[in-house]
Design a protein around this ligand. Structure first.
Ligand code: GDP
Ligand code: IMO
Ligand code: MG
Length: 428
């Protein structure tokens, strides 16, 4: 039995798609367990370059079953677009299934995401405007539409009618917008049901069967730990749980079945959207990293905010996920840096915190305390083993292990699948 949960250790975009694609070569099943098409996972392999938003990054292994799980919210049109792009590139998508419990993004979710952001003005959260927050809100409010509802026209009408009445009241009375037309939505979503129905099923037996047969299952997280609704930088968070615990809830695989939790971290840190980020570099170094690493959002194209590696946040992430192994990505971006900084504490007034604060007000006041390390001149992008990395890079990795109290098991030195160094063998 081998169940690995792979999650983002920072604010997202750590390179999860790339690491999943690498591991998925050996996987029997890959389950995306949280978020929706707010995610953007880049995969570069021998089939080409792909930006996946909903489809698990294991799709390139035609033997692996891929599941869009109950923990996700699905925009059917975005999924159909993604599937046709994959098919056009010769990728077999016949083993992709959607949990009948997954929630469906409706037109009013997308509208309301945008309207709520505009209403917040200066206090906007910087969401991806994909309707994620409103869809998860409806899930917890018990007025969501689930994938199973697309399978039966009468059910869809019965479920949607009262919800749309409420949404139209909000649209017309609060936002002064025209109401949405029930018949138009029904026609469109009945069509989605026809196009996607053969993939929608109770994925529980498939998943539990695979667990019982000892298959290699990868749980693919989206977003990052610091965007978690409970443990992230609330309210500047997303609306589902990107944590390993979210992997359990989002798949129905209990935590006792997890063998490893892989936390993906960039060698520096990035954030897209609003909210405090203590190590943010609003200077030439930050710009340099952004340009060199093309740090622009995979989903929205927004420039990502870049900063030094934050070991306070990193250690916290290791704790809230029980991370067993770190995948440290983007080491190559630091090639040519004469020195590097790592944040080891937050100065707030005359105190230094070594634990990530729960309050955004405290985080906003936190001044990073840095330690400085030597950088390296050599290029790392061709390295195939840990020993081929420059000594200063090895020391940098070692320091991150010490500060985060966790092994680095993978290092990546470029965006291609092959630019991955397995430091510790974690696959049989
Ligand atoms: P995800 O959301 O965690 O899957 O990450 P994204 O795909 O949104 O962003 C990561 C970006 O970094 C993508 O453009 C990847 O192609 C790229 N990438 C991943 N690993 C590396 C690496 O080790 N070095 C470099 N230079 N780029 C990488
Ligand atoms: P991947 O899986 C980075 C951020 C948004 C915003 C906040 C809330 O590619 O790492 P939402 O649309 O979820 O309500 O926006 O969360 N966000 C991400 N940032 N990577 C992601 O996914 C993200 N998904 C959401 O930018 O700050
Ligand atoms: Mg991304």
């Amino acid at each position: 039995m081998t169940v690995f949960a792979l999650i983002g250790g920072q604010w997202g975009d750590e390179g999860k798609g790339k690491v999943i694609d690498y591991l998925a070569e050996k996987a029997d099943m890959v389950i995306r367990f949280s978020g929706g098409d707010n995610a953007g996972h880049t995969v570069i392999n021998n089939k080409g370059t792909f930006k996946l938003h909903l489809v698990p990054s294991g799709i390139f292994n035609s033997r692996a079953t891929c599941i869009i799980s109950n923990g996700m919210v699905v925009n059917p049109q975005a999924l159909l677009n993604e599937l046709s792009e994959l098919n056009a590139n010769g990728v077999d998508t016949s083993r992709l299934f959607i949990s009948d419990r997954a929630h469906i993004i409706m037109p009013y979710h997308i509208l309301l995401d945008g309207l709520e952001e505009e209403r917040r003005g200066q206090g906007a959260l910087g969401t991806t405007r994909k309707g994620i927050g409103p869809a998860f809100t409806d899930k917890t409010a018990r007025i969501g539409i689930r994938a199973e509802d697309l399978l039966d026209k009468d059910t869809l009408l019965r479920r949607l009618k009262p919800v749309l009445e409420l949404k139209n009241l909000i649209l017309t009375k609060i936002y002064n917008r025209p109401p949405l037309v029930l018949e138009e939505i029904i026609t469109q979503y009945n069509l989605y049901g026809e196009q996607l129905g053969h993939r929608i099923r109770n994925t529980g037996p498939m998943i539990h069967g695979a667990v019982e047969e000892g298959k290699f299952i990868l749980l693919e997280g989206a977003q990052g730990s610091l965007l978690d609704t409970d443990f992230g930088t609330y309210p500047y968070v997303t609306s589902s749980s990107p944590l390993a615990g979210g992997g359990s809830l989002g798949s129905g695989i209990g935590p006792m079945k997890f063998n490893r939790v892989l936390g993906v971290f960039k060698s520096y840190i990035t954030r897209v959207g609003s909210g405090a980020m203590p190590t943010e570099l609003i200077n030439e170094t930050g710009e340099f990293i952004r340009e060199k690493a093309h740090e622009f959002g995979t989903t929205t194209g927004r420039p990502r905010r870049c900063g030094w590696f934050d070991a306070v946040a990193g250690r916290y992430s290791v704790q809230i996920n029980s991370i067993s192994d770190i995948a440290l990505t983007h080491l190559d971006i630091y090639d040519g840096f004469s020195s590097l900084k790592i944040c080891t504490g937050y100065k707030v007034g005359n105190k230094v915190l070594d634990y990530f604060p729960s309050s955004i007000a405290v985080l906003e006041k936190s001044q990073p305390v840095y330690e400085e390390m030597d950088g390296w001149e050599e290029l790392t992008s061709e390295a195939k083993t840990f020993n081929e990395l420059p000594l200063a890079a090895q020391r940098y990795i070692g320091r991150i292990e010490e500060l985060l109290h966790c092994h680095v098991s993978f290092v990546t030195v470029g965006p291609h699948r092959d630019q991955t160094i397995m430091v510790r063998p974690i696959l049989a």
